[in-house]
Each structure stands twice: as structure tokens, then as C-alpha cells.
Write a protein that binds this ligand. Structure first.
Ligand code: ADP
Length: 306
């Protein structure tokens, strides 16, 4: 086989209480990519549809992640990549991670899977380094594994996949404003009080236990962020109103998706997630903020062949 077409899921990083360590993959929002083996050494991006992004492989996260893989692969040829970009860059739902992860997963598949999933995360993280100067794994890992993933440690890289309950759905609303990941990182404090840390790790433990025990109430109670949300939410128009509207409409919990500006909510069942979407939308219609909304089941398999 010389060519493969893949779906690369969008992802919600942080999920309120897991800044830089937790992420979850979406099932119905994502990019599509075609990756092809070619005799010429190198990575070549031949087509990008949907968004205006660089075709030069060194400036595109898919190319950079691909180079990282190629450097370690026992393979004399190269790859061509076509990207059908459905996730808007800078939306906070892992646009760059989808491209990096899709590229390296497809290349590994075409080479007969010489690399482990952890190796692939390491390659895809090089794409994240290009996009945001930080090689974080909280979008890449769920895009690759599906479900929720916990980055238990970065050095050494230790990723723990956590299966999502079957009835868990996400609603994501994307206000059409741009927040640079670097800006949204710069405003964060670099120290914590012990009291804040205790609340945060209580919630992170609670969320993981809730996911493993299919305890939707516990999941909801644990979707609290005492560290990042109080600071970052200031950059997102109508954040408090959108969050309150989603909770009033029955969401289990809500927060900032990745570094924003998207806001996510988790709900039990599709109907509830759609009700939450309508409630969030209504707030933005009232205050006049352009937006997109997605409702999606949690993705259980990560990147897949289509
Ligand atoms: P998100 O917050 O949705 O994950 P990021 O801020 O991580 O988005 O990444 C977007 C940045 O990465 C933009 O500066 C974009 O130009 C750059 N980029 C380069 N290649 C790609 C690609 N293939 N897909 C998405 N973004 C890319």
C-alpha cells in the first residue's frame, strides 16, 4: 500500500482541571489527510484545502512532524501530504495537533508500523513546537489514542489512555476572535498556593475516577479549574454567561478548550449536548459575537483510516 486517507480528530486540551496534562478527542470534528509514499527523500505538502496555511513543509506542522519521523525511520524514500483542513487554526481545539498527528500516524502505517504510539507522540510534538513554541502533548496524545489521555510525565513521556463513558458528548462553541497561544500562556501566574493546588489535584483525581467509573455526577463536580480559567477567561467574550447558560441547560460542566477562545461543555447524551449548544449559541446571538458550534460524541479510537 502506497497511499492512505485518514481522519484526524479535533481535541479539547486541559479539560478544566488538567492544564497541560489532560485532553480528549472529538469524533465528528477533524481534518482529513492523504499521505502517499514517494521515491524522493523528504516531506512535500502538495495541497491544502479549507484554510490558508503554508505549503512549505518546514513551516507546516504536518511537515515538521513528518521530518521528525523520517529522521528516525529506516526508509530511503519520502512522503507527499494533502490536507483538507476542517479545523480552523487558533480555535483552541487542536488544529495543529490534528495535522501533526495525522501525518505521522499515516506515515507509520505506510511503513508497516515500525514506531510505537509514544514515538509518534514525540514526533507530533515537534509540530506543536512549531505552532506554539512549546512541545506539549495534551492535544497530540488524545488525537492519536482517542478517548481521554493523561500525560502522567513529560520526561520520560508517559501517556495514560482513559476510556470515556459511552454516553459522554462534548459541545464546543468557537467565538470568531483570535487569541495567540503564546499570549494566553504569558498572562498565567507561575506560582500557586498550596490551597489552590489541593483543590486542583482533588478535581483532577475526581475527574479520572468519574471517567473510569462511568460516574457522570462525579465528572461534573470535578470539572472545575482554580488555576487557569479565572485568568484566561478574561480574554474570552461572554465567557461567564456562556458557561452559566450551558450549566443551566444541563451540562455536567464547562470550561475553556485548550488556550481558548473555544468554550467546551460535557453532557450526558446527544440530546443534552444539543440543548447546551442552543443555550450557548443564544448567549452569543444576544451579545453579538460571531461563532461556530460543534456537538460531538467522544472519539474512542483516535486517528483512523477513511
Ligand atoms: P489550536 O489552538 O486550534 O490548536 P494552534 O494555535 O495550536 O491551534 O496552531 C495554529 C498555528 O499553527 C497557526 O499559527 C498556524 O499557522 C500554524 N500551523 C502550521 N501548520 C498548520 C497546520 N497544518 N494546521 C494548523 N495550523 C498550522
Amino acid at each position: 500500500m502506497d497511499e492512505v486517507k485518514v481522519f484526524c480528530p479535533a481535541t479539547i486540551a486541559n479539560v478544566s482541571c488538567g492544564f497541560d496534562v489532560l485532553g480528549v478527542a472529538l469524533d465528528s470534528v477533524g481534518d482529513e489527510m492523504v499521505v502517499r509514499k514517494i521515491p524522493k527523500k523528504g516531506v512535500f505538502i502538495t495541497k491544502i484545502e479549507g484554510q490558508n496555511l503554508p505549503l512549505e513543509a518546514e513551516k507546516n506542522v504536518a511537515g515538521v512532524a513528518g521530518f521528525a519521523l523520517l529522521e528516525k525511520a529506516d526508509y530511503k524514500g519520502g512522503f507527499e501530504i494533502e490536507i483538507n483542513k476542517k479545523i480552523k487554526p487558533g480555535s483552541g481545539i487542536g488544529s495543529s495537533a490534528a495535522s501533526s498527528t495525522g501525518a505521522v500516524w499515516a506515515m507509520n502505517h505506510l511503513l508497516g508500523n515500525p514506531f510505537s504510539k509514544t514515538d509518534l507522540v514525540t514526533f507530533a510534538m515537534e509540530g506543536e513546537r512549531l505552532a506554539s513554541d512549546v512541545a506539549h502533548a495534551d492535544n497530540v496524545a488524545p488525537a492519536l489514542f482517542g478517548n481521554f489521555t493523561l500525560v502522567r510525565s513529560y520526561t520520560p513521556l508517559d501517556i495514560v489512555p482513559i476510556k470515556a463513558p459511552e454516553e459522554l458528548f462534548a459541545t464546543v462553541i468557537h467565538p470568531q476572535i483570535e487569541i495567540k497561544t503564546s499570549d494566553s500562556r504569558r498572562i498565567l501566574k507561575t506560582t500557586l498556593t498550596m490551597q489552590t493546588a489541593i483543590k486542583q489535584w482533588g478535581n483532577l483525581g475526581g475527574l479520572i475516577a468519574g471517567l473510569l467509573q462511568n460516574d457522570y455526577e462525579l465528572i461534573g463536580r470535578s470539572l472545575e479549574d482554580h488555576i487557569v480559567e479565572p485568568i484566561r477567561s478574561i480574554l474570552i467574550p461572554g465567557f461567564d454567561r456562556v458557561k452559566k447558560a450551558s450549566l443551566d441547560a444541563g451540562a455536567l460542566g464547562a470550561g475553556i478548550s485548550g488556550s481558548g477562545p473555544s468554550i467546551f461543555a460535557l453532557s450526558r447524551g446527544r440530546q443534552n449536548a444539543e440543548k447546551v449548544a442552543r443555550a450557548m449559541k443564544k448567549v452569543y446571538e444576544t451579545i453579538g459575537v460571531e461563532h461556530d458550534v460543534h456537538v460531538s460524541k467522544i472519539n474512542h479510537e483516535g486517528v483512523r483510516i477513511i
